[in-house]
Design a protein around this ligand. Structure first.
Ligand code: ZN
Length: 198
């Protein structure tokens, strides 16, 4: 499995995919192009929803994705004997976190920051400090940050203590599923549009 992740970032003009890990540049795709490309190939239906909900500003897809997440939670509750009262709130939270991620305050959402790094000669002597445009460490280059526990609990309509003890970790597991679907979408889009990469 290729460990390199494609990075996708929303800009004013559309979705910018950084394909440098794939030996390419970056490619900018409009919301309209994303919507068209979702129906091509053989993406799973839920991945298609993730793509349209997140990258084409499609409110119907957001609602449909929330429905899918809710039924996934319901299935887990049935299987594990958990209370199923919170599935709707948790689905709202997960779709919100996927579609409207918070901006990283360290890099202002750019994913990169200027950083001073030492430049050394071969014998290790310090030559000078050089400014480098490097991936932001706090957000690992994604430009995104996470909601506080208090806010996540409020969106899911669960008390803060119950959320942090019990439901937060389950929501995190669901986010992993959604992020892996997002990764599928980005790969799919990259393969469709990589010839446009600059
Ligand atoms: Zn950052």
């Amino acid at each position: 499995m290729n460990p390199i992740r494609l990075l996708g970032k929303m800009t004013a003009k559309g979705l910018l995919i950084d394909g440098s890990g794939f030996g390419g540049g970056s490619v900018l795709i409009t919301a309209h192009d994303v919507a068209g490309a979702m129906g091509m190939g053989n993406l799973p239906a839920e991945a298609e929803l993730v793509g349209r909900a997140k990258f084409s500003d499609d409110n119907q897809a957001q609602l449909a994705l929330a429905g899918w997440v809710q039924s996934e939670f319901r299935r887990q509750c049935m299987r594990n004997g958990w209370k199923a009262d919170y599935c709707e709130g948790l689905a709202t939270l997960c779709v919100f976190e996927l579609v409207y991620p918070m901006r990283c305050s360290h890099c202002m959402g750019r994913g990169k920051t200027w950083q001073q790094e030492p430049e050394r000669s071969d014998d290790g002597a310090l030559l000078r400090m050089a400014d480098r445009w490097v991936a932001c460490k706090p957000c690992k280059g994604t430009g995104q940050s996470v909601l506080t526990v208090r806010n996540r609990a409020a969106i899911a309509k669960i008390s803060k203590s119950r959320f942090s003890e019990t439901w937060g970790p389950r929501a995190d597991e669901m986010m992993k599923t959604l992020f892996s679907l997002e990764e599928k979408v980005l790969r799919h889009l990259w393969h469709q549009f990589a010839d446009r990469a600059a």
